[in-house]
Design a protein around this ligand. Structure first.
Ligand code: C2E
Ligand code: MG
Ligand code: MG
Ligand code: MG
Length: 284
């Protein structure tokens, strides 16, 4: 392709590639340093139950506190962590951190509130992933019922047998399992029936279209019906408006999460949010 664009274009491309590669290498160096210097933190965003109207839990979402650039969102660095294999170490840190908060009652001492955390496909496909999780939970003396593992639909689909084996062990041990970004991958229905997940998390791309987009309305209704038939609960992510909330409530979604309630915020702020939360301010 570069050939058609005349002399000099090849040089242009190689310069671009060089810059991309060197910025990735820099990023990798910075990320190794970030691990050493503990520059990662977890933000939290509440999950609200539409059944009880109360806070059901929080999702832990990683942030990188860069010494020069400030707070960096996951889409900028998770792909590099995955490419370099560093996600294994950082992913383990996330689980340890979450367990630490629960075991010390630092995050909250209300039994009904659990923490969800995300697992990247690279992490999930590691041999011994399930053992790693169980070891940490046992070491910290945490009840796995307080934890919800979020793994994306596409991560589960890469090696179905392996996924089923791992999820069975984790589910038997007591973890809750949520299929993240549901609707964006392509689970076969017969396979979905076998996955011991307690929750399907409806991707926010569908929530965006509520209440007017007919396709999104139908897709969300279908996911909810499917979940009910399979004995699973549903969570809708990315709820930003009252109209979206009311629509999801009407359709029978079990839990909601989104900027309408709160953005992901630091632990202390989220603890305050939980203390001050009054369901009647949202549901009138
Ligand atoms: P996810 O697990 O699907 O998380 C939902 C994302 O949607 C979060 O972005 C959250 O901040 C954002 N969000 C929540 N409510 C709203 C809303 O109402 N409107 C909009 N526009 N966005 C909303 P975030 O924190 O940037 O995380 C992005 C993705 O990065 C996550 O998607 C997850 O796949 C990944 N990630 C985050 N933390 C971790 C982690 O600790 N480990 C791994 N492996 N991946 C993580
Ligand atoms: Mg998630
Ligand atoms: Mg999600
Ligand atoms: Mg998503």
């Amino acid at each position: 392709e570069a050939k058609n664009e005349g002399p000099g274009s090849l040089k242009f491309y190689s310069k671009e590639i060089f810059e991309r590669v060197s910025s990735l290498l820099n990023m990798e160096k910075d990320l190794r340093n970030a691990i050493k210097e503990n520059q990662f933190i977890l933000y939290f965003q509440p999950h609200i139950s539409l059944e009880t109207r109360g806070i059901r839990g929080v999702e832990a979402l990683i942030r990188w506190v860069h010494p020069d650039r400030g707070i960096i969102a996951p889409f900028e660095f998770i792909p590099v962590l995955e490419e370099t294999g560093l996600i294994i170490e950082v992913g383990k840190w996330v689980v340890e951190q979450v367990c630490h908060y629960i075991s010390k009652n630092e995050f909250c001492d209300r039994e009904e509130i659990g923490i969800s955390f995300n697992v990247s496909p690279e992490q999930f496909k590691q041999k011994g992933f399930e053992k790693m999780l169980i070891d940490i939970v046992q070491k910290k003396g945490v009840d796995p019922k307080r934890l919800r593992i979020e793994v994306t639909e596409s991560a589960l689909m890469t090696d179905i047998e392996d996924s089923l084996n791992k999820l069975k062990v984790l589910n038997d041990f007591g973890f809750n399992i949520s299929i993240d970004d549901f609707g964006t991958g392509y689970s076969s229905l017969s396979y979905l029936k076998k996955i011991p997940a307690s929750h399907l998390k409806i991707d926010m791309s569908f929530v965006r279209g509520l209440p007017d987009n007919r396709d999104d309305v139908e897709i969300i209704k279908a996911i909810i019906a499917l979940a009910k038939n399979l004995g699973k609960k549903t969570v809708a992510e990315g709820v930003e408006t009252r109209e979206q909330l009311e629509c999801l409530d009407k359709f029978g979604v079990d839990e909601v999460q989104g900027y309408f309630f709160s953005k992901p915020i630091p632990k202390e702020d989220c603890m305050k949010y939980i203390e001050r939360y009054h369901s009647d301010s949202y549901f009138k």
